[in-house]
Design a protein around this ligand. Structure first.
Ligand SMILES: Nc1ncnc2c1ncn2[C@@H]1O[C@H](COP(=O)(O)OP(=O)(O)O)[C@@H](O)[C@H]1O
Ligand SMILES: [Mg+2]
Length: 251
């Protein structure tokens, strides 16, 4: 691949006797949206957890911009430029939108920033939080308490919190889960906007959304990569039709 932002080589993760990630080798190209699909239990969230440092692999290597990040703790990985959202919302309900973004910006500010004077540091945090709010489309809701917002807005805020860490690569675990049609369309629009300036790894069940946003597609089944390629290649793959897409249509 010409310009891979992330390379995974023979990555494996076991939980007791269960191999949740089984010898996964993949490349993710800079600037693209790479979706990961597969049935429940396929190992998608586990893979994201390995990339974000929330889990440590049993085997294999993860290279981000050519640097080995395998087994680094989550805060280090975040500071290097990988942001993640969680499958379940992770916001502080009693805080406003701005305060949630502020906390995220503060907690993940690069250690180099500690050399600035406190006032300069606070200003940088403030700027990051404001920028993230603008990017995620919640500027008009800046001072609203998170608990008073709709579920869709809360998921949007979670993306805002991730953006407050100023990541280069975004790991998104089912950002549309539990959303109605209208809310989904808004978040799909948001993802499209983010894709212009970031690389995205997107786990998503909504196949319309995946086909609308993704450049590359990887299909996982039982912890393994069944197939990876462009959206068109996956659409026409016999193995995928049989193992996954066909099942969807039959439901
Ligand atoms: N912390 C854990 N401890 C034990 N088993 C786990 C843990 N996390 C995930 N698993 C198991 O690993 C497999 C893959 O799970 P997961 O990565 O969440 O799949 P997906 O996100 O594709 O639905 C499942 O069988 C799940 O039960
Ligand atoms: Mg999952």
């Amino acid at each position: 691949m010409a310009d891979a932002i992330l390379r995974i080589d023979r990555l494996s993760k076991c939980f007791g006797g269960l191999i949740a990630t089984n010898n996964v080798t993949l490349e993710f190209e800079r600037g693209q949206v790479h979706a990961i699909i597969g049935p429940n239990g396929a190992g998608k969230t586990t893979l994201i957890n390995l990339l974000s440092g929330d889990l440590s692999p049993n085997d294999g290597v993860i290279l981000f911009n050519g640097r080995n990040i395998t087994r680094l703790p989550p805060h280090k990985i975040s500071q290097m430029g990988i942001g993640r959202s969680y499958q379940k919302t992770n916001i502080f309900a009693e805080f406003t939108c701005f305060e949630n973004c502020w906390v995220a910006a503060q907690s993940r500010l690069k250690s180099s920033m500690r050399f600035f004077r406190p006032a300069r540091h606070l200003q940088a945090v403030q700027e990051r939080a404001e920028r993230a709010l603008g990017l995620c489309g919640l500027k008009p809701r800046r001072d609203i308490q998170a608990s008073a917002m709709s579920y869709g807005e809360q998921r949007q805020l979670e993306i805002g919190m991730m953006l407050a860490t100023e990541p280069e690569l975004l790991l998104l675990d089912e950002p549309l889960a539990g959303m109605g049609r209208e809310e989904s369309l808004q978040v799909i629009e948001l993802l499209r906007r983010l894709a212009k300036e970031h690389t995205l790894i997107l786990i998503e069940h909504d196949m319309d959304a995946v086909f609308a946003i993704a450049d590359q597609l990887t299909v996982m089944v039982n912890g393994r990569v069944l197939e990876t390629g462009t959206v068109e290649q996956i659409r026409s793959s016999q193995a995928v039709q049989e193992a996954y897409l066909g099942v969807e249509e039959a439901v």
